[in-house]
Design a protein around this ligand. Structure first.
Ligand code: NAD
Length: 324
């Protein structure tokens, strides 16, 4: 059985093993193929007559799938599977699976790392020290940014699912009060320091707003000029869910005016980030290159679930199927 991995590099830049997949068939791993459907011919050529294809962000359209005549199973190496035309796959009898959860702890840890960077600017202070600014300082200490203590402040969490709840637990451990907005409520999670509220109350009362809802038609652009205007002056915004949850021009304007005190983002509307993205030049904006999912421990977990997905498919009892 031929197995093709179309874009294996981000999952495994060389520090984990493809061995588990090699045991299951004749494996060909491409580091990168394309993020762009205009390169459909290359994508089709690389899949060739393989029965199994793994893709992370290389798109598989209806047109491409029709030309992959031997294909039986698409294993997406991520949670989000919007890059695959799952309806077309279903019509063609191709099973599509995803990795529903593998990095909850890593992603929530990164949300808090982004928040702590806003509070302490650890990286920037360290760089300042190495530039000699401490050695030449008149006083025994200095700080280049306002420093923030989180205890007693309110974190509003949009989307109180796996990652939202994990982030909420850490925030409470830091002494914060959590307000959560989610249409699916688990009332047993409520406590003195965690309450579900409606969206309007969350944005009005939070000192920090952290986004953990999925990207859907209903959540696209949920952080925009109007919603920002209803937030507290100086609010801090964290996003390591999906870039298009935020209207970036509106956030950049609010950062530059000071309405939003700071933002820390691990995701943007187009990735890799475009050089003219207005957030690159906005005040008080920290941006990281979509690394929340990527600690080795999470990638190893992802790989092991991907292998399980293929194994179960081969046994005739597929799991994590997204196009039933
Ligand atoms: P999850 O399904 O466990 O939780 C999502 C929650 O959002 C659910 O409770 C759901 O009810 C809620 N929700 C849905 N629509 C909503 C809306 N309109 N308003 C408020 N809440 C809404 O998912 P998860 O595992 O916690 O992942 C959350 C998101 O994190 C993913 O959708 C993905 O976009 C993102 N993510 C990012 C990375 C990264 O590397 N940056 C990695 C993994 C996941």
């Amino acid at each position: 059985m031929k197995i093709v991995v179309l874009d294996g590099y981000t999952l495994n830049p060389g520090d984990i093993t493809w061995g588990g997949l090699e045991k299951l068939g004749e494996l060909k791993v491409y580091t990168r193929t394309s993020y762009d459907l205009s390169e459909e011919d290359l994508i089709v050529e690389r899949v060739g007559n393989a029965e199994v294809v793994f893709t992370n962000k290389t798109p598989l359209s209806k047109e491409s799938l029709k030309k992959m005549t031997n294909l039986k199973f698409i294993a997406v190496l991520a949670t989000g599977f919007n890059i695959v035309d799952t309806n077309a796959a279903k019509e063609l009898g191709i099973v599509v699976s995803n990795i529903p959860t593998y990095g909850t702890d890593a992603v929530s840890q990164m949300a808090i790392a982004l928040l702590l960077e806003i509070c302490h600017h650890v990286g920037q202070h360290s760089e300042s020290v190495k530039r000699g600014e401490w050695s030449n300082n008149a006083d025994w200490c200095y700080w280049n940014y306002p420093l923030i203590e989180l205890t007693g402040k309110t974190m509003g969490i949009m989307g109180y699912g796996r990652i939202g709840q994990s982030t909420g637990r850490i925030a409470q451990a830091l002494g914060m009060n959590v307000l959560a907005y989610d249409q699916n409520r688990n009332q047993s999670l409520e406590s003195d320091t965690m309450k579900y509220v409606e969206f309007d109350e969350l944005i009005a009362k939070s000192d920090v707003i952290s986004l953990h809802c999925p990207l859907l038609e209903s959540t696209k652009g949920i952080i925009n000029k109007d919603t920002i205007n209803k937030m507290k002056d100086g609010v801090k915004i964290i996003n390591n869910s999906r870039g298009p949850l935020i209207v970036e021009e509106d956030l950049a304007e609010a950062l530059n005016s000071g309405k939003v005190g700071a933002a820390a983002l691990d995701v943007v509307s187009t990735e890799p980030i475009k050089i003219d993205n207005p957030l690159l030049k906005a005040k008080n904006c920290i941006i990281t290159p979509h690394i929340s999912w990527a600690p080795k421990e999470s990638r190893e977990r992802l790989m092991s679930i991907a292998i399980q997905n293929l194994n179960q498919f081969l046994k005739g009892t597929p799991i994590n199927v997204v196009n039933k």
